[in-house]
Design a protein around this ligand. Structure first.
Ligand code: T4K
Length: 399
């Protein structure tokens, strides 16, 4: 990209935006350092570093209480949690999933020899469109995984009705939805199981980590064994298992960050509101608005770019922002069906996924979280405003 593509080099009408130090989508929220360091010292003093130590046990109890669910099993990351939940549920053959999701949702299935069957999403909610799910069911289908994209619950009731009527297992990838509600009830207890990610980039993190929440006692028992190699006793293995355990330092980070969860969510909400004000009236941009009746963690500031109205494509706008150190992300681009191995396995999948194709070409996510100030947001938005105002001039130089 040439230097002339930088909005700040244009110095248009003296409206040069202030220099910004890198602003990342996904910059971690970090709770009270003293609490975290104290927890780590205690872990080291106990010399019990993993395998269901005190921190993990306390973390799981606190999660269950917060989510209002019988079991919450801490796992080393969200992807392994998805693999464990799908395996423990006995999913096989084909499972219906959205393609508009992070690739881990599909990989968790494919990794186990289960075929992810990609279904289109609703253009307004960006989550699985239940009307499109039913035609994808075949005699090989064993389940449906809905993804609560951007922390917004998918059409839980409609999917539950289909799953029950067609005798399919229904579970949710709730990687984005920690702290969010559906009909006022915390996400975590819907379907057979819900899987969270506590990756560093999430509103609430345990460095790396995840959890499986379920009200099903037998499923929880199975998952607990499976995440520990299938051991049912010291020298006895009853299942094929893996190592899905969360370690004590991650759980200590979880316990620390739980204390600040409300604050993280309040900052994200405030940031979202600032973006809404600052982006209002910019042609061709629409901010994804969350349902005001539900609690959302606002960890994603999702903007749809209409290239015709903005005069700039989403890709060019992201390039311009990157040149200004604003590391906006194109979630989810490309959509799963355009990534390998799915692209080669299902080369024509896109024909059935028009909304997914459109969203993955038009959506970008902007930086938020506790590392992003209101001034930062004003700067990001002033750069966007300038870029769109001078779209023609800039696109000449954007490769
Ligand atoms: N299902 C869904 C729907 C998901 O979104 C995810 C994960 C999963 C399942 C799987 O859960 P995990 O197995 O990850 O627990 C990032 C995250 O790595 C991934 O966890 C997340 N979804 C996905 C949406 O975003 P990338 O490939 O974009 O990561 P990366 O390394 O490019 O980092 C993203 C941004 O965060 C960058 O701008 C840099 C910034 N960052 C990152 C880290 C790790 C920081 O500022 N500090 C950091 O420590 O996937």
């Amino acid at each position: 990209m040439s230097g002339k593509t930088r909005v700040s080099d244009l110095a248009i009408n003296g409206a040069r935006p202030a220099y910004v130090s890198p602003l990342h989508v996904g910059c971690p929220n970090i709770g009270n350092r003293e609490t975290f360091l104290r927890c780590i010292n205690e872990v080291l003093d106990r010399r019990w570093l993993t395998n269901g130590g005190e921190c993990v046990q306390e973390f799981e109890q606190r999660l269950s209480k917060l989510l209002g669910v019988r079991h919450c099993i801490a796992i080393c990351n969200g992807t392994v949690a998805l693999e464990l939940a799908t395996r423990a549920l006995g999913l096989q053959g084909e499972v219906i999933v959205p393609s508009f999701t992070f690739v881990a949702t599909a990989h968790a299935l494919q990794w186990q020899g289960i075929t992810p069957v990609f279904c289109d999403v609703d253009p307004h909610t960006h989550t699985l469109d239940p009307r499109k799910v039913e035609p994808m069911i075949t005699p090989r289908t064993t389940g449906i995984i809905g993804v609560h994209v951007w922390g917004q619950a998918c059409a839980i009731e409609a999917l539950t009705e289909i799953a029950q009527r067609r005798s399919l297992k229904l579970m949710f990838d709730a990687a984005h939805a920690f702290g969010c509600t559906h009909n006022g009830r915390m996400i975590g207890s819907f379907g057979e199981a819900e899987v969270f990610s506590f990756h560093a980039t999430k509103v609430f993190n345990t460095l790396e980590g995840g959890a499986i929440a379920t009200n099903n006692d037998e499923l929880a028992r199975k998952i607990r064994l499976m995440k520990n190699f299938g051991f049912t006793d010291y020298d006895r293995v009853d299942y094929i298992g893996t190592n899905g355990k969360m370690n004590e330092i991650s759980a200590a980070m979880g316990l620390t960050n739980l204390e600040s969860l409300d604050e993280f969510m309040a900052v994200n909400r405030r940031n979202h509101e600032t973006y809404r004000r600052e982006l209002a009236g910019i042609p061709g941009l629409s901010l994804f608005v969350y349902n005001q009746k539900e609690r959302n963690n606002h960890q994603y500031v999702v903007v749809e770019v209409d290239a015709e109205k903005a005069g700039l494509s989403r890709n060019n706008l992201v390039r311009i922002l990157h040149a200004e150190n604003i590391l906006a992300r194109r979630y989810f681009h490309p959509a799963c069906h355009r990534m390998e191995p799915y692209r080669s396995c299902f080369p024509h999948a896109g024909l059935l996924l028009p909304e997914t194709e459109r969203l993955s070409e038009h959506i970008m996510c902007l930086p938020t979280g506790t590392a992003v100030s209101e001034n930062d947001i004003a700067t990001v938005c002033s750069i966007i405003r300038l870029a769109i105002r001078h779209a023609k001039e800039l696109t000449k130089h954007v490769s």
